[in-house]
Design a protein. Structure first.
Lengths: 178, 424
């Protein structure tokens, strides 16, 4: 420790700063792999590749569940009544305003594809239940409509639509952006 | 911990050791000679019980790990194997799972004891905050451990709790993916939870050492809240406190054994005997009983981010208690108004616990909102105000006077003028 303060930086000041800087960079470089190792590993990322689903066995009114990236994906073959119910409300009155048209692919209005994870705390909602006959989360009572939009309850957002595209009229590829 | 000691090494070896590492003197000063207020009641025995429970959990945990496999494909089966095939495996697992509940029963009694007798007030703020840290670590450890059997409640409990962090704006989802090590709770999650569940009890043990250290610097509070002033006010830790603690510990163990041997699954959930299924959420998902009041607070608030903030705030607010309570009188015995509000607060906590176990609908939600509001009003409005408006009862001049009456208290009057913070 130097007892006198001089305006001129000394060689000792330089050594202090250099030692501190190298030490801080070294500590950060050592911390990085310790933190990074907790992120999904290469095999998990590779297993998250797009999955193809054949829609032809799904009857009208039926909801099936497939897995993509360990997440349940709901594929709903909606009835006319369900589509009408989803389109009869004014989107601006909803907690998370979005039109039903924006949540399906044009020309495929009957097919609703959703990530089946409640946007509240991650439970899996039940299909064809709740006051809106859409999806109902048993954990904390969130109610979604036939378009998977949040209508009532603690969930802050609509059930998200995963990236997907139609590869033919009867097949979709989940995880692929067109 | 305590500086003075009358410890005299009794053998040449102990004399030799003491000169090199004065550990026996430290133990003697802390647990034999240590002056403890003469009026401590049975509510003061839960610190010792908690130390015992920590030791039980570490011991049973270490042997359970000899048979458990932390892998999504084997975890559930290895737990069933412990229950059916391992010698006394059922006993060891029931001791560990019910041990967690007994640990929390003891810590809640310990915390409410502190609340009633004002044990968090100067000069014991750091002691109290260390206790809050231990409580937080206990909650984390309990949650991590509950995930390990990989039953339905394990899986979905882990999903719901980790999703708390998704409420954080912008980076929430990235943090949750980082916590999971995947796109959902899965094998990487189970393995890291196992690693941390093994680590945290030793961290707790470390903080307990600091907690006991801080206790021995400030000295124990007592039912009057009046600091000991003369040696008349205290008795040596051994045998007085040792025997009292031991008696209550054995009584506590009888209750513990009753749970383990007669109703080992009473505090658990049947759903956790179904192996984890990432595709189906149980219809009625509730956490372990010791988290229920906080779960009720979470669900009472109809906004995700605010709900999570309220949940964490309801625990962290305890750390600020020494400054929220403005009254200079410690013990509720001499605070007639606070005593009433204390019992209302106990009822509110029990009520929140009950509501946390009920479905989040209708009247339950309304009741949970009222009680949640009261929980925060108690800390943020009632406690600061009471210190200003409450007329407290006259404090006894000393612990001895409180115990034996005025005549016996006389000799200590002179000592009362001395600094109350100074410990003999």
């Amino acid at each position: 420790m130097t007892t006198m303060s001089s305006a001129e930086p000394t060689r000792r000041d330089f050594l202090y700063i250099a030692t501190g800087a190298v030490g801080a960079i070294g500590a950060a470089a050592a911390a990085w792999p310790l933190i990074s190792q907790m992120n999904p590993d290469a095999s998990t990322v590779a297993a998250g590749a797009p999955v193809e689903v054949d829609l032809s066995p799904i009857a009208e009114g039926q909801v099936i569940k497939v897995f993509w990236r360990s997440k349940p994906i709901f594929i709903s073959h909606r009835t006319k009544k369900e589509i009408e119910a989803a389109r009869s409300v004014d989107p601006s009155t909803l907690p998370d305003p979005q039109s039903d048209e924006a949540r399906v692919k044009p020309g495929h209005d009957q097919w609703l594809v959703l990530i089946g994870i409640c946007t509240h705390l991650g439970c899996i909602p039940l299909a064809h239940q709740g006051d809106y006959n859409g999806f109902f989360c048993p954990c904390h009572g969130s109610q979604y409509d036939t378009s998977g939009r949040i209508r009532r309850g603690p969930a802050p957002a609509n059930l998200p639509v995963p990236p997907y595209q139609f590869t033919s009229d009867n097949k979709i590829l989940i995880g692929a952006t067109a | 911990m305590s500086a003075h000691s009358t410890y005299q090494p009794s053998s040449p070896f102990l004399k030799w050791l003491e000169a090199r590492l004065p550990i026996m003197g430290l133990v003697h000063a802390s647990f034999v000679d240590y002056p403890t207020p003469r009026n401590l009641n049975y509510w003061w025995t839960f610190g010792g019980i908690l130390s015992f429970m920590l030791a039980v959990q570490i011991l049973t945990g270490i042997v359970l790990v000899m048979h458990y496999t932390p892998h999504e494909a084997f975890a559930f089966r290895s737990v069933e194997q412990i229950m059916r095939d391992v010698n006394y495996g059922w006993l060891l697992r029931y001791l560990h799972s019910n041990g967690a509940s007994m640990f929390f029963i003891a810590v809640y009694i310990h915390i409410f004891r502190g609340l009633y007798y004002g044990s968090y007030k100067a000069p014991r703020e750091v002691l109290w905050i260390l206790g809050v840290i231990i409580y937080l670590l206990m909650m984390a450890t309990g949650f991590l451990g509950y995930t390990l059997p990989w039953g339905q409640m394990s899986f979905w409990g882990a999903t719901v709790i980790t999703n708390f962090f998704s409420a954080i704006p912008v980076v929430g989802d990235s943090i949750v993916t980082w916590l999971w090590g995947g796109y959902a709770v899965g094998n990487p999650t189970l393995q890291r939870f196992f690693s941390l569940h093994y680590l945290l009890p030793f961290v707790i043990a470390g903080v307990v050492v600091l907690h006991v250290w801080a206790l021995h610097v400030a000295g124990q509070n007592n039912p009057t809240g009046v600091e000991p002033k003369t040696s008349q006010d205290t008795v040596p830790f051994t045998p007085y406190a040792t025997v009292k603690d031991s008696f209550m510990l054995i009584a506590f163990c009888v209750v513990y054994a009753w749970f383990v041997f007669y109703i080992p699954n009473y505090l658990g959930h049947a759903d956790n005997y179904i192996q984890a299924n990432p595709g189906v959420t149980p219809t009625h998902i509730v956490p372990e009983w010791y988290y229920l009041p906080f779960y009720a607070i979470l669900r009472a608030i109809p906004n995700k981010l605010l709900g999570v903030i309220a949940l964490f705030a309801s625990i962290l607010i305890l750390a600020f208690l020494p400054w929220l309570d403005t009254s200079r009188v410690r013990s509720a015995t001499y605070r007639p108004l606070y005593r009433q509000f204390f019992w209302i607060f106990v009822a509110v906590c029990l009520g929140l616990g009950w509501l946390g176990s009920k479905p989040a609908e209708g009247g339950y939600v309304i009741a949970a909102r009222i009680l949640t509001a009261w929980y925060f009003i108690h800390f943020l409005i009632i406690l600061p105000l009471l210190g200003l408006i409450e007329t407290t009862k006259p404090l006894p001049n000393s612990i001895t006077e409180a115990v034996l009456g005025k005549s016996a208290g006389r000799p200590s009057l002179k000592a009362a003028a001395a600094s109350p913070e100074h410990r003999g």
